[in-house]
Design a binder for this molecule. Structure first.
Ligand SMILES: [Zn+2]
Length: 467
């Protein structure tokens, strides 16, 4: 029996099944032939099973990220101080076109390794740097080199979506690499700024013909507004399975349309909090009964850490509730949004958003064996575990991800990735950085990373304690 064919059993963990009833139990999770076979206390490990001691730890489904620009991982942290405007100038106008296929590969490889290391077993690669089919091949090559589940959301910011999606090269790529390929899914990724000419119609028709969803940055302040969604709606393209990313500054009418047409919103709270798309929208989405999933957006600015996504999303929702109440001279005495719900959004919510709810997102028999063990015996933050949802959201972090299993294959064990070639990933990313730096020139490189700080106004303070 080869290593990847062996059954896997997690023993004696606190199991968050994320099933319909959100069952929590002390017990075991057994994976046979890549799928969850049984969940419960005192299970018997079949002969040859890989046994993982989950005592003191939390066992949960692999997390799902529904929007990550993985090619940008090569530039990790570079844009920490950017606004959305500065991001657009850097990637869309000035430097995004410099990226070669090997640079897409480098970013995707690092991003994919980072995802599985962090307990994110399914990631949507919102890949909008695919200037040629060679770039797209490179993106898929990298995703296929890492044992996670990846959905390719195909995009190209250097052309109108009506151009690239209707090209022979795109159609040929789809037939060669996607149709019947190894990836977990495929989406078209483009934005709709709201031009009444609605040229995006051609790209929507391509998505419809292929039978794939569209993922779109919607409700981005000053960029994609209610007008874009209205055009989609009026032309019959707000359809089930579409994912609306951010949706942070939309009208009530647009939220109703998303909910009524079977769409969902991918909330990237770390992103919305600093780029300026609008307030992280869960406080609105809850009111409008819009399904929610979570995402990290891009590591060029923020973390690729779904624990942070859950934490910031819960906190942002609560601070909004408090501030809205204070505005009415009221006090919030009970929180609407619970830690349990954001854990659901980070697992099951993502599975539903991707149309994969029957196969991932929960630990129930028959679903894929995508399982994460959070356990760290050398961390004082990892005991006691009293409120498991609260612990996952506010106490745990990426370094506490002890074991990750994808489709029954152990990809991380005892806190270390299994068979991951970080040396190669590092060399490829370094080559990309050297190339970009040399091509841009040192001045442009430094200017891009260090945006000017506008002058701040300090208020006159009338209280003077010293003369
Ligand atoms: Zn994005």
């Amino acid at each position: 029996m080869s290593e990847s064919d062996r059954p896997v059993i997690f023993k004696n963990g606190l199991v968050l099944t994320m099933d319909d009833a959100h069952t929590v139990l002390n017990g075991d999770v057994l994976i046979i032939d890549g799928k969850i076979a049984e969940v419960g206390p005192g299970l018997t490990a079949p002969e040859g099973a890989i046994e993982i001691d989950a005592t003191g730890g939390v066992v949960m489904p692999g997390m799902v990220d529904t929007h990550r620009h993985m090619w940008q991982t090569a530039m990790r942290g570079y844009g920490a101080d950017w606004t959305l405007t500065q991001y657009f100038v850097w990637y869309y106008l000035e430097s995004g076109k410099l990226f070669r296929p090997e640079d897409i590969y480098a970013g995707n490889l690092l991003g994919a390794l980072e995802a599985i290391d962090s307990g994110v077993t399914t990631t949507v690669d919102w890949s909008h740097g695919l200037q040629t089919a060679d770039h797209a091949d490179a993106a898929v090559d990298a995703l296929e080199a890492v044992p996670g589940r990846f959905v390719l959301a195909y995009g190209n910011i250097q052309q109108g979506p009506w151009e690239w999606s209707t090209s022979d090269a795109f159609q040929d790529f789809y037939r060669r690499r996607i149709d019947g390929g190894k990836l977990a899914g495929f989406q078209l990724a483009f934005d709709i700024p709201g031009d009444p000419a609605f040229q995006e119609k051609a790209a929507f028709e391509v998505a419809r013909d292929l039978g794939v969803p569209v993922t779109t940055h919607a409700g981005v302040w000053g960029v994609t507004t209610d007008d874009g969604l209205r055009l989609m709606y009026e032309n019959g393209f707000m359809t089930p399975g579409n994912v609306y990313v951010h949706a942070a500054s939309l009208s009530s009418d647009s939220y109703h349309r998303i909910a009524a047409t079977g769409g969902s919103v991918s909330v990237s709270t770390e992103s919305e909090q600093s780029a300026g798309q609008g307030y992280p929208p869960t406080w609105q989405l809850r009111k409008h009964d819009v399904p929610v999933s979570l995402s990290m957006d891009t590591s060029v600015w923020w973390s690729g850490d779904l624990f942070s996504a859950m934490r910031t999303t819960l906190s942002a929702d609560r601070v909004r509730e408090h501030m809205e109440a204070h505005g009415k001279k009221e006090t919030v005495t009970h929180h609407q949004l619970r830690a349990e719900q954001v854990v659901d959004w980070g697992t099951r919510g993502g599975a539903k958003a991707l149309g994969m709810d029957s196969s991932i997102g929960a630990l129930t028999p028959g679903r894929q064996g995508d399982v994460v063990l959070i356990k760290n015996e050398s961390s004082p933050a990892m005991f006691p575990v009293l409120n498991p949802y609260g612990h996952v959201v506010f106490q745990a972090q990426r370094g506490d991800v002890d074991t990750v299993v994808v489709g029954g294959k152990v990809v991380k064990r005892d806190g270390e990735l299994v068979d991951a070639d970080l040396t190669t990933a590092r060399a490829k990313v370094n080559a990309t950085i050297d190339y970009l730096r040399e091509t841009m020139g040192e001045d442009a490189w430094k200017r891009g990373m260090n945006p000017e700080i506008p002058e701040a106004r300090i208020l006159h303070n009338p209280y003077q304690y010293t003369k």
